[in-house]
Ligand binder design. Structure first.
Ligand code: OAA
Ligand code: MG
Length: 218
């Protein structure tokens, strides 16, 4: 799916609205763990996933460090979001300002990891959206090696396949499987209209019960 069509389908759609639509399709396990959060409140994600996976390094003093990472990052395309699966590792900051600089030049749409990042002060001031569990100053060299890219990855209990649509904001990250993206966009439009009507009614009457009886959403 191209970014312009994704933008058209999901413009302004929150992770919560997307999760509600997925609930409707009985896809009830599509949100990442709640500790995966944006580095800055302005950091939001919308785009297809580019997946890579890291494992604990075999060699703490590698002669040729970063090889898997460098190889993988040659394949990421503009508009994609790099999904860096680490098995929720605390071993190293797998993302930083140098990787970000290259990604910005390629117009990559953002980065997401179930691990940790570093260079947070610079990155929090920048526009490139980054979601992670937190920060640590350690380098990945000799700690975590990228061992695969282009394959599905699992973050916590949620599987992300290349091309699945990621919607992230301050609430967290919702993963929309690519094959239901069109249906989710339709359901979101309906829920959004109902929420708008609910909000107006609730603001006027102050009664949640009344608004819920009229519009059937919350
Ligand atoms: O060295 C790394 O893997 C991450 C990093 O600090 C950067 O991208 O600046
Ligand atoms: Mg750095």
């Amino acid at each position: 799916m191209t970014q312009p069509s994704l933008r058209r389908m999901f413009s302004g759609v929150s992770s919560a609205l997307a999760a509600d639509a997925l609930d409707h399709l009985d896809l009830r396990n599509q949100c990442l763990d709640p500790d995966v959060m944006p580095l800055a409140p302005s950091h939001t994600l919308l785009g297809p996933a580019f997946c890579l996976r890291a494992e604990p390094a075999r060699d703490t003093r590698p002669a040729m460090p970063y090889q898997g990472l460098l190889r993988a990052m040659e394949h990421v395309r503009g508009d994609e979001i790099v999904v860096f699966a680490t098995g929720r590792s605390d071993a190293a900051g797998v993302w930083g300002e140098l990787i970000t600089a290259a990604c910005q030049a390629r117009r990559v749409a953002g980065a997401l990891t179930d691990g940790l990042i570093r260079d947070a002060a610079q990155l929090a001031r920048g526009p490139f959206p980054i979601f992670s569990r937190g920060t640590v100053p350690y380098d990945s060299k000799g700690r975590l090696d990228v061992v695969a890219h282009g394959d599905p990855v699992t973050l916590g209990s949620v599987t992300i396949r290349p091309g699945d649509v990621l919607i992230g904001d301050l609430d967290g990250v919702t993963v929309v499987p690519a094959e239901v993206a069109g249906r989710v966009a339709e359901l979101v439009a309906g829920k959004r209209a109902a929420e708008d009507a609910f909000r107006a009614a609730a603001a006027e009457s102050g009664s949640l019960t009344d608004a819920f009886q009229r519009y059937g959403v919350l």
